[in-house]
Design a binder for this molecule. Structure first.
Ligand code: ARG
Ligand code: GLU
Length: 690
């Protein structure tokens, strides 16, 4: 018996060696991970992932807009991304007559596809280590950091200029990796005629809404479909009716073979930002101060919004998008703080630092941890005040509105637009209550030395935040649409005295003059010290393969399909099915009110196990939304759209036991194209793996 268990353990361990899962690797150096990937089920070669000489998978992956990923799935430029990535474009095409957010949108042929001015997609043409060139002319023995900066800037500018000079739609950037120990040049081809092809109704694309967001079990059909158009020469071009579908070098084949626990998966996309190598001070601030404080502030704000939303359909519509964006980070922070505490991330970092400090004695790295520590001591109170500024004063809608009206006074058209948009989604009782709640928190939770004089004076003058509120909301013009629309350039001066504008400006000046210099200054110094500490860590731990923190550059991450245990006695399976959608279906709750067609199909039988979402151990973060999730053959099996909230500490510390990315199973997408969109003509241009 014991031997059998040992044998089984041995097999399990060899199936999932522990070094896997964590890491966001630069595709250009993926050969360093090749053997490990192969051992886990990867069947291709590094050149299949990234090559400059031949078509490779990178040619089918794109930065969608400025913060999401997308992937090509046809020789005619058809692409998939998330519903939440296409959301604002779908919304812009929507009106009361045709509400594409609510009902979905499906082009039935190419002439019905909808253009999206401003939307771009960027493909990586090539990437290149340019560290030597970027640092050319910098002599650490005689030059200062400021001089280093200007050398870096000058050399980078030249590189970028050269990189884009022959080729249409090229855009280049030089990015610092490992805190500036390395520099890479990235050259992108940017397409700018991108048309909407299909989107499911929100009851599928956003199924479960913010209740299910960051959660498992999950049943969201989070996808939308677009097509890239190019000029007659197949190169990027401005929108034109003459443009033709883009014919890419590469697109993904689709695999409908399905996933099961243990299957190898990899994700190719643009993760936005992580901080895996920071010190215990940074982690402590995040886990013990920043996250809990911001969570508490947002809980107050969300509760106020919800109170009014639940009693009034119109208010619910007005605040649904605001409520969603407020709650997204709120929920993420909860998982992050909890995970960091549970994993004793601060303790782990501290123990590591002790070892590091011992090793660093007598080297150039001696003292770098002390430097970092004193920088955090200096930064933290200012940074906290800055976060309070963002989460309280800036959460009062009327103040932000006052500022944007004032800047646009000389442009009547923009001003009218801003005003219409603001009042369409503004409900004054919510704003008033948030004003009181946020100013009370600001007063009680920040030390007096960290508050602007203006705030203290106002509170003294009125005696209470309620009295201050009554006066401000009673006197400002910014709650009155007609009055705002009547404003002209001539009113600029009198507006200075408007209490909402005045409050906006006083808080902004305080931030700008008191907080910003310290926050930015210490931020710069921390980055600088981190450059040394990062280099030190890489020397200290020679065995370890380091991956650079995410910075919206193209990465590969790999892992396997796996459930997890969120709490003692609870274990999650890694796949969800249509049965779960039916279980959650509730016509009375907006986020769970599925299309009747789904109910009918399910009732007819045979769809109980129809797959919807799955979990895997791929190390992803914000920006990976819409990323292709691929099997060992590089075929598309899913679209990444979220992580489980218990694992969101992976931005600072990855834990293979609990960090999971959530993907839409590609078969749910295909199911929706057919059954909901009746747009299965799109299948003709896709290629399916046997
Ligand atoms: N949590 C995902 C992300 O960070 C999805 C957000 C959109 N969905 C939502 N229900 N708000 O972007
Ligand atoms: N939904 C996120 C995004 O928009 C991905 C979730 C995550 O942070 O991993 O990129």
């Amino acid at each position: 018996m014991k031997r059998r268990i040992l044998l089984l353990l041995g097999i399990l361990i060899s199936l999932f060696p522990l070094d896997a899962d964590e890491g966001m690797w630069l595709p250009v150096i993926i050969s360093q991970k090749f053997e490990d990937m192969q051992a886990h089920g990867f069947k291709l070669t590094p050149e299949d992932i990234y090559s400059v000489n031949q078509a490779s998978l990178k040619d089918a992956v794109m930065l969608f807009g400025t913060g999401c990923t997308g992937e090509l799935v046809s020789p005619d430029g058809l692409l998939f991304t998330n519903h939440h990535c296409g959301y604002s474009y779908i919304q812009r095409h929507s009106s009361v007559e045709h509400d594409y957010l609510k009902d979905g949108f499906w082009a039935m042929n190419r002439s019905e596809e909808l253009p999206n001015p401003g939307l771009t997609v960027s493909f990586l043409d090539r990437m290149e280590d340019v560290t030597q060139i970027v640092l050319k002319g910098f002599d650490p023995a005689v030059m200062t950091e400021a001089q280093r900066d200007s050398v870096v800037r000058m050399n980078s500018d030249r590189l970028m200029e050269e990189a884009v000079k022959d080729g249409k739609g090229l855009k280049a950037s030089v990015e610092a990796l490992y805190y500036g120990n390395q520099y890479y040049l990235f050259v992108f081809r940017v397409f700018r005629d991108i048309r909407l092809v299909g989107a499911p109704p929100s009851s599928i694309g956003k199924f479960g809404g913010d209740t299910d967001n960051w959660m498992w079990p999950r049943h969201t059909g989070d996808f939308s479909i677009f097509r890239i158009y190019a000029g007659a020469d197949n190169e990027p071009a401005d929108y034109s009716e003459e443009n033709v579908p883009y014919h890419p070098k590469k697109f993904f084949r689709i695999s409908t073979a399905g996933v099961k626990e243990g299957d190898f998966t990899f994700v190719y996309g643009f993760p936005g930002s992580t901080k895996e190598y920071v010190t215990a001070d940074d982690v402590r601030y995040t886990a013990e101060v920043s996250d809990p404080r911001k969570i508490a502030l947002r809980t107050k704000r969300l509760d106020i919004q919800k109170k009014y939303m639940s009693g009034d359909q119109a208010v619910r519509i007005q605040y649904s998008s605001k409520n969603a964006s407020t709650s997204n980070a709120w929920k993420k922070w909860q998982g992050e703080a909890k995970g960091l505490l549970k994993n004793d991330a601060v303790g782990a970092k501290s123990r590591y630092q002790q070892e590091f400090a011992k090793w660093a004695q007598g080297t150039e790295y001696e003292g770098v941890l002390d430097t970092l520590h004193s920088l955090y001591v200096k930064r933290d109170p200012y940074y906290l005040a800055y976060e309070y500024y963002s989460e309280t004063a800036r959460a009062i809608e009327i103040l932000q509105f006052a500022a944007s009206v004032k800047t646009n006074l000389s442009d009547p058209k923009t001003m009218a637009e801003i005003t219409e948009r603001f009042f369409k989604d503004y409900y004054q009782p919510i704003d008033e209550e948030i004003f009181c709640a946020m100013m009370t928190a600001f007063d009680q939770e920040l030390p007096d030395g960290s508050k602007p004089r203006y705030f203290k004076d106002k509170l003294a003058e009125y005696g209470s935040v309620e009295a201050w509120r009554d006066d401000l909301f009673g006197k400002t013009v910014f709650t009155d649409k007609a009055k705002v629309l009547a404003l002209t350039e001539a009113d600029a001066e009198t507006l200075e005295a408007d209490p909402a504008y005045e409050m906006y400006e006083e808080f902004f000046d305080w931030y700008n003059e008191t907080l910003r210099p310290v926050v930015n200054g210490t931020g710069r110094d921390i980055r600088l010290a981190m450059r040394t500490y990062m280099r030190g860590q890489m020397e200290f731990d020679k065995e370890k393969q380091f991956y650079p923190d995410a910075n919206l550059t193209l990465r590969v991450t790999y892992g396997h399909v796996a459930g997890y245990s969120p709490a003692d006695g609870v274990s999650y399976r890694p796949v969800s099915t249509l049965t779960g959608i039916i279980e959650k279906d509730n016509p009375d709750i907006f986020d769970y009110n599925i299309p009747q067609a789904i109910r009918d199909i399910y009732a007819a039988g045979g769809h109980e196990d129809q797959p919807v979402c799955f979990l895997a151990t791929n190390h992803t973060t914000g920006g990976n939304s819409g990323s292709p999730v691929l099997n060992g053959n590089g075929d598309l099996i899913g679209i990444n759209f979220d992580r489980v909230w218990e694992g969101t500490m992976s931005d600072l510390m990855y834990d293979p036991d609990i960090c999971r990315n959530i993907s839409l199973d590609i078969r749910h997408l295909l199911f929706n194209i057919k059954e909901i969109g009746h747009a299965d003509y799109l299948f003709d241009e896709m290629v399916f793996a046997e």
